[in-house]
Design a binder for this molecule. Structure first.
Ligand code: HDD
Length: 714
């Protein structure tokens, strides 16, 4: 059944069952008199009530107390992890027939379901930078016709630990150290690497977090993963294991670490702004939802355990099938009411989807509900507009802080006869309700770890060796940076020994940057802790099914890239040639990319041809690191740009970060005043096909080969 009309839904100011409901709660102050919280018009919002104009304030000033009482309570606890986040409304349209595997109503082909998505960093506080080296949260709440379904994932398909019992320790280790609350939003410190170097199960995740995946170019350009193996359940009650993937339509791209550090200074809201602006412009970000399906019979077939959250199922082993598309098409009206108050929970499941025995997933099921109760002040957080299911909630739960629903009648128990047995549970009427998958269970009560979880390095190696040479270099650099920030040399040595188990060359290169020779064996302390879980550790790993996984590399494949929504800085000044600007602008816009004119100052500039234009961006406020590519048009502006250090900084930095730089005929001489050397990413109008070559290089995201020449001191 198609619940909503897709064309209608794709309008900019989205209207769907959920957003209509949200809009009903929105408050418009236009032309309204200011009132107290009780709706009483306020005569004077400037002065407290006093005994005489210069006298003390009076205790009867209820209006002032009303205002301050609310102000004093404006802050709620930030999320204990994932505090910094950005969200948007959207829709999901199911495009594949999955009825053989699941009864989930929102996955029925053709169904359109409203949703809200929140992206986040993990370690930083609510006000921290978007560009921290960190995992990104990728949470989606589907408001389905069978209730809310939350897919609470990350942009990395594996996790640091295997069992939820270690989660508070992991978080304590990565968060700022408790004595001095430093460093903010950074894993480059002793306590994090102390923990990691004693937990070899983190090796695979560390490869991902030290790769450029942890510094995305945009939230719109990252993959998302459900991480755990979940279970689909069909109408006959048969289960199928499933892994969820989100594939961004704009491709998967990152910035360079040097850029990330600088963006944090120039625009700590870089990702938030990028998401917001794209949606405001109507450039709605889209992801395809993919699934990897594993028959129940194959549960134990692989060299790794599918219940182990530190493992992927290589796409080359089980391909990802696309089953639908998510479109984010509306920004929140109010950050707090929507993005902050949304409460995700991986235990929020709908009929047709269930959890598996993954011990990390099992542990999450408690934590989320518990944290929402605390963070949002009580058990009625489900009634907040952003959290309410669109199909209504009916049960006998009552009271609690800030109850918003007003249940009617005298009956709040089940079974009852006085309310005709209502609300009834689905089985009474033979209706569909959530049923746990009928999975046979038996076991001895133990606190233990399965031996099938003991191979910590095979997939870490698979990830590293599947990267391009440039991506491998970035991992070496990131590890060298992080471990150089660690003060305790024993921690460095321990981690280096872990890296040596992953890849000898990797360990050697990182070791060289730390002045250390990698130890052949794991450190005795690492072994001691690993043996707590696996007494016979190290256990000989099984032979992996694949030894290369091209899907793990972000390198853009030839002809697959797009420059849609990319921002190109046009570096100009008075006297710039409008014709030269317009030619490039038209070419870029035809590919969906955006030209931003940047001059020495905001205000009017006059073109060579005589016309004028209002400029919004100047070298004072803009930074090269916030743009994808650079164009210097021709005209008389070339003379002033030649002596403008801010301009030269822009292009030098763009060059250092391997971005495309194009120069119109007259402007080519400017390259000679910088550190730029002609390569395929430096396009000269006199030598190249100016617009087409520029676009082609941008499609490849970066000219990474250029990195070898580290000559640019920007
Ligand atoms: Fe978690 C938030 C993702 C393991 C406990 N987690 C949180 C958010 C995301 C994830 C995206 C932010 C949700 C939002 O935007 O509001 N967490 C993950 C993934 C994990 C994972 C992909 C492993 C595969 N988490 C994990 C474990 C535990 C938690 C093992 C505890 C046992 N996570 C929480 C939490 C948070 C949270 C403390 C903090 C705020 C919140 O829940 O709403 O309950």
């Amino acid at each position: 059944m198609k619940l909503y009309n897709i064309e209608y839904l794709n309008m900019k100011k989205e209207k769907n069952v959920k957003t209509i409901e949200i809009d009903q709660r929105s408050v418009d102050n236009h032309q309204k008199v200011m009132t107290t919280n009780d709706g009483v018009p306020m005569y004077d919002n400037n002065n407290t009530l006093k005994a005489g104009e210069r006298g003390p304030s009076l205790q009867q000033d209820h209006i002032y107390f009303d205002k301050l009482m609310h102000f004093d309570r404006e802050r709620i606890p930030e999320r204990v992890v994932h505090a910094r986040g950005s969200g948007a409304h959207g829709i999901f349209e199911a495009t594949a027939d999955l009825s053989q595997y699941t009864t989930a109503a929102f996955l029925k082909k053709g169904t359109v379901t409203p949703l809200f998505t929140r992206f986040s960093t993990v370690a930083g506080f609510k006000g921290s930078t978007d560009l921290a080296r960190d995992v990104r949260g990728f949470s989606v709440k589907f408001y389905t016709e069978a209730g809310n379904y939350d897919l609470v994932g990350n942009n990395i398909p594996v996790f640091f630990i295997q069992d939820a019992m270690n989660f508070p320790d992991l978080v304590h280790a990565v968060k700022p150290e408790p004595n001095n609350e430093m460093p903010q939003a950074a894993s480059a410190h002793d306590t994090f690497w102390d923990f990691i170097s004693l937990m070899p199960e983190s090796a695979h995740m560390i490869m991902w977090t030290m790769s450029d995946r942890a510094i995305p170019r945009s939230l719109r350009m990252m993959e998302g993963f459900g991480v755990h193996t979940f279970k689909f359940v069909n109408a006959q009650g048969k289960g199928t294991f499933v892994k969820f993937h989100w594939k961004p339509r704009l491709g998967v791209h990152s910035v360079a670490w040097n850029e990330a550090q600088k963006i944090s200074g120039f625009d700590a809201d870089f990702h938030r702004r990028d998401l917001w602006e794209a949606i405001e412009k109507g450039d709605f970000p889209q992801w395809d939802l993919g699934v990897q399906l594993i028959p129940e019979e194959d549960e134990l077939k692989y060299s790794f355990d599918i219940l182990d959250a530190t493992k992927i199922i290589p796409e080359e082993l089980i391909p990802v099938q696309i089953v639908g598309t998510m479109t984010l098409n509306r920004n929140p009206e109010n950050f707090f009411a929507e993005t902050e108050q949304i409460a995700f929970d991986p235990g929020r499941l709908v009929p047709g989807i269930d959890v598996t025995d993954d011990p990390l997933l099992q542990g999450r099921i408690f934590s989320y509900m518990d944290t929402q109760n605390y963070r949002l002040g009580g058990p009625n957080f489900h009634e907040l507009p952003i959290n309410r299911p669109v199909n209504g909630k009916h049960n006998n739960q009552k009271d609690g802080f800030a109850r918003m629903d007003i249940p009617t009648g005298a009956v709040s128990y089940f079974p009852n006869s006085k309310a005709e047995g209502c609300p009834y549970h689905a089985m009474l009427n033979g209706e569909v309700g959530f049923e746990s998958h009928k999975q046979p269970l038996n076991g001895t009560k133990v606190r233990a770890r399965s031996e099938s979880f003991a191979d910590h390095f095979s997939q870490a190696r698979l990830f590293f060796t599947s990267q391009s040479p440039e991506e491998q270099d970035h991992i070496v650099n990131a590890l060298s940076f992080e471990l150089s920030k660690v003060n305790d040399v024993n921690i460095r040595k321990r981690q280096l020994a872990i890296l040596n188990q992953i890849d000898k060359d990797l360990a050697k290169k990182v070791g060289a940057n730390l002045g250390l020779e990698p130890e052949k064996e794991l450190d005795p302390l690492t072994l001691k802790f690993a043996r707590q879980n696996h007494p016979k550790y190290p256990i000989k790993p099984k032979k992996p099914e694949v030894d290369q996984s091209p899907a793990l590399s972000m390198k853009v494949k030839a002809d697959e890239g797009t420059i849609k929504t990319r921002k190109v800085a046009f570096l100009i000044d008075n006297g710039a040639s409008k014709a030269s600007i317009d030619k490039m602008k038209a070419a870029l816009e035809s590919e969906g990319s955006q030209a931003v004119l940047i001059a020495a100052q905001v205000g009017k500039i006059r073109f060579k041809e005589g016309s004028e234009q209002e400029i919004q961006h100047s070298y004072l406020t803009e930074a090269s690191v916030c743009y994808d590519a650079f164009y210097t048009p021709g005209g008389d502006s070339v003379m002033t740009l030649a002596t403008n250090p801010d301009y030269l900084q822009f292009i030098n930095e763009g060059y250092r970060h391997c971005k495309a730089l194009a120069f119109a005929n007259d402007a080519e001489q400017l390259a000679a005043r910088s550190f730029i050397e002609k390569d395929k990413g430096v396009i000269f109008e006199s030598k190249d096909n100016l617009t087409q070559d520029f676009i082609n290089v941008m499609k490849g995201h970066r000219v990474w080969e250029r990195e070898k020449s580290r000559k640019v001191p920007s």
